[in-house]
Design a protein around this ligand. Structure first.
Ligand code: NDP
Length: 449
């Protein structure tokens, strides 16, 4: 390994020894950009990698709220403002009990590269809290969001930092957060949050964007390798925002989706997933995926009993991990390869462990990396910001067409970078190199800051 990269990695491991997800995300990027670093010896003298891997600012704060029983509960909130190199900090908010500093930093770090790939003027950030919205009443969610925003509002703004949704933060939470921001600031700054409802400044197609964008990227990747989606079997982990709209778009291209999941288990429907049922359970009733079999008795529910999700044991041509980080392990990768998988499309952030990704690449499985393949959500958020600034709204078709073009261009950048450095169809390295090159140019141009 290049000695500069090795030195930086060692320092990061020492300084952040308890942050395993963050270390994993940095290792994944730095191990693939070696050919660029080899050509730019000057980067070491200006500590380019050290600066790119250190957040500009990391904010952590107390979030107290009173639950329906009258008891006060305290959570920890975060905002990592990682990089403003190419635009205001931009990235989602995650409400999930697993949220901690390591997860926030890994997501913020990945976000810089993802946002650079979109070609739009957005920097990288991420935030959230170790709060679980599951099982909470609407009033509890509202009180929590108001408390969270009471502190967060000091640090954000439509030209400073623009949060959006992520796991556990959907349209309901964004509405409560926006209402509180507006109340405290006494100003209608529509562009301060994205993923807003359509009645108060949201963009058409934002809800669908990450899932649709994943499939547009997959379509391009398959086409560059003389394949297509028509008639392919697809399994999709998760049954949240990304999974549902990836399923919808895959089905529209004639793919045959047979399985989806949540954190407790997966459903297998050999006749093809009925997405209307999944939407009813997840978007309306906020229930468990296991309830699918009540509507479709011929389908099967397989409970999760170990770290390896049962969904990856199902034979498929295309696997789309769309739930969470490190959900597809080496064991699962081996099973998928044994069953003849052709392509992986990462809808979630860092869903494949590093050894799983390496295993896929070593076995000629096409991998659409998260930073590139799920960038459609943030790209459409940037389109939402533009619409808010222009005080003008585009039609669904206009936004969707822009999203499609952005995903085509992202794939092109990944492919060209991979080809330039003789990496064949390793789009994981291609994505990292394309994004890094752009960020490094901006960093050099802006001096030592
Ligand atoms: P949602 O909250 O809408 O859905 C998350 C889904 O993942 C649920 O089905 C959930 O199941 C499942 N899940 C969560 N944690 C785990 C776990 N530990 N093990 C197994 N399954 C789990 O989130 P999104 O769909 O918005 O996000 C999914 C992924 O996509 C995340 O990695 C997110 O960072 C990424 N992403 C999202 C974007 C967006 O626009 N929404 C943009 C880019 C990336 P359960 O209900 O049981 O918890």
């Amino acid at each position: 390994m290049n000695s500069y990269i090795e030195k930086v990695l060692n320092e990061i491991e020492t300084k952040n020894c308890y942050e395993k997800e963050y270390i994993q995300a940095v290792e994944e990027v730095l191990s693939t950009i070696e050919p660029v670093i080899d050509q730019h010896k000057e980067f070491e003298n200006i500590a380019l990698l050290e600066r790119m891997t250190e957040p500009e600012r990391l904010i952590s704060f107390r979030v107290p709220y009173v639950n329906d029983e009258g008891k006060t509960i305290v959570h920890r909130g975060y905002r990592v403002q990682f990089s403003s190199l190419i635009g205001p900090y931009k990235g989602g908010l995650r409400f999930h009990p697993s949220v901690n500093q390591s997860i926030m930093k890994f997501l913020g770090f990945e976000q810089i590269f993802k946002n650079a790939l979109t070609g739009l003027p957005i920097g990288g950030g991420k935030g959230g809290a170790d709060f679980d919205p599951k099982g909470k009443s609407d009033n509890e969610i509202m009180r929590f969001c108001q408390s969270f925003m009471t502190e967060l509002q000091r640090h954000i703004g439509q030209d400073v930092d623009v949060p959006a949704g992520d796991i556990g933060v959907g349209a309901r939470e964004i509405g409560y957060l926006f209402g509180q921001y507006k109340r405290i600031r006494n100003a209608y700054e529509g562009g301060v949050l994205t993923g807003k409802g359509l009645s108060y400044g949201g963009s058409l197609a934002r809800t669908e964007a990450t899932g649709y964008g994943l499939i547009y990227f997959m379509r391009e990747m398959l086409s560059a390798n003389s394949q297509n989606l028509q008639g392919k079997t697809v399994t999709i982990s998760g049954s949240g925002n990304v999974a549902i709209y990836a399923c919808e778009k895959a089905q529209s291209y004639g793919a045959f989706v047979v399985a989806m999941s949540d954190s407790k288990g997966c459903i297998y429907d050999k006749n093809g997933i009925d997405l209307n049922i999944v939407k009813q359970i997840k978007e309306v009733e906020r229930g468990r995926i296991s309830e699918y079999v009540k509507y479709r008795p011929e389908a099967e529910y397989i409970e999760r009993t170990s770290d390896d999700s049962p969904i990856w044991n199902i034979k498929t041509d295309i696997a789309l991990p769309c739930a969470t980080q490190n959900e597809l392990t080496l064991n699962s990768a081996k099973k998928l390869v044994e069953n003849g998988v052709l392509a992986i499309g990462e809808g979630a952030n860092m869903p494949c462990t590093k050894d799983a990704t390496e295993y896929f690449l070593a076995h000629n499985v096409l991998v659409a990396p998260a930073k590139a393949a799920n960038a459609g959500g943030v790209a459409t958020s940037a389109i939402e910001m533009s619409q808010n600034s222009m005080r003008y709204y585009m039609t669904f078709e206009e936004v969707d067409a822009k999203l499609d073009t952005i995903m085509v261009n992202i794939f092109k950048s990944c492919k060209e970078a991979a080809e330039k450095y003789d990496l064949g169809n390793n789009y994981v390295a291609g994505a990292n190199i394309a994004a890094f090159t752009k960020l490094a140019q901006a960093m050099v141009a802006q001096g030592i800051v």
